[in-house]
Ligand binder design. Structure first.
Ligand code: PRT
Ligand code: ZN
Length: 291
């Protein structure tokens, strides 16, 4: 049996285990693409979608897609753009958000990129850092190390580091301060440059599903009871996409008002809605949204 023989039109490579794994599989599941992988095999065929998945280390995924072993991949932009590659970004996925930053010891004076001239910078991202330094004509040496970058200044291996940051607590606990953001990154769906017509059709179908799930994640559905005389005032407060839906309640003089708001808008408008007379407010997540 040839293990490498394809049985599906598309092959998508995702991270085997790590920060992007669960979010990648959750997104596919929300798109109606379920994958059973009982024995943690390195490949699995999706149910109800003409695609199989390869489970790989994230660093290997861009190369496999560029070489055509897989047609699509999901990795962070930090991994994807570390080297220049013949691939195309299909869609940004909104998870795995972080930044690639330069950090220096807390007590080191820092007055901008010029302060890095002649510095030794430890990083796992020599490509991205090298390009950033070149663009600013900063002569510094880059020490490529594969892990535990944050301890390099403390043990005398480097004067500065360039590493991924999300909350910033790793930097703080190692006595470092963030001084430059080199890139902001999130997980992306990307593909090899030459897809067949049939593959392009399937990628379009997959992207359509992903968009409807990702858009929905940004919004909330809001319902409330409003005295009829306050409907215009409430409608003016609601920042929804279109005019809200208004339906009469069984109780005379009251209506149920429905609208869609972004996740962060609710706390800004709740007091105004209450003051206008709205009661019994419900805010729920939306699963899919097609605009
Ligand atoms: O085994 P494999 O090679 O597949 O995985 P990996 O160990 O290389 O990667 P993994 O699973 O750690 O991360 C996968 C991707 O998640 C990264 O390439 C980023 O795109 C994204 N991501 C998002 C992060 C972080 N946030 C993050 N905080 N990757 C790593 N970190 C690390 C960072 O390197 C540092 O050590 O977390 C620490 C900093 O976190 P804070 O919160 O203390 O600032
Ligand atoms: Zn990795």
């Amino acid at each position: 049996m040839n293990e490498n023989k394809r049985t599906t039109t598309l092959r998508l490579a995702v991270q085997k285990s790590g920060r992007l794994s669960d979010a990648s599989m959750d997104l596919l599941a929300a798109c109606g693409i379920k994958v059973s992988r009982p024995d943690r095999k390195l490949r699995a065929v999706a149910d109800h979608f003409d695609m199989e998945l390869l489970f790989l280390r994230d660093d290997d995924i861009p190369g496999y897609v560029e070489d055509g072993v897989a047609d699509l991949g999901i990795v962070g932009e930090n991994v994807l753009f570390e080297r220049e590659r013949d691939i195309q970004v299909v869609h940004r996925l909104g998870f795995g958000k972080c930044r690639l930053s330069i950090a220096v010891p807390r007590d080191m004076p820092y007055d901008g990129p010029e302060s890095l001239v002649d510095a030794d910078i430890a990083t796992s991202y020599p490509g991205l850092l090298g390009r950033w330094l070149d663009e600013r004509s900063i002569g510094a040496s880059i020490h490529e190390i594969s892990g535990s970058v944050e301890i390099a200044p403390g043990i005398g291996l480097a004067t500065a580091i360039c590493d991924l940051v999300s909350s910033g607590s790793t930097l703080i606990s190692n006595g470092l301060k963030e001084v430059e953001v080199i890139m902001r990154s999130e997980a992306v769906l990307f593909s090899k440059s030459a897809l067949t017509d049939k593959q392009q059709e399937l990628v379009a179908a997959l992207t359509f599903r992903m968009k409807s799930v990702l858009t929905a994640r940004k919004y909330r559905y809001i319902l409330m009871n409003v005295p009829n005389q306050a409907i215009d005032q409430v409608a003016a407060i609601l920042p929804g996409m279109k005019a809200p839906t208004v339906m009469p309640l069984a109780e005379e003089g009251w209506s149920s008002v429905h609208s869609v708001i972004t996740d962060d808008q609710f706390w800004d408008i709740i007091d105004q809605l209450k003051a206008a007379g709205a009661e019994g407010m419900l805010v729920t997540p939306i699963e899919k949204m097609v605009l």
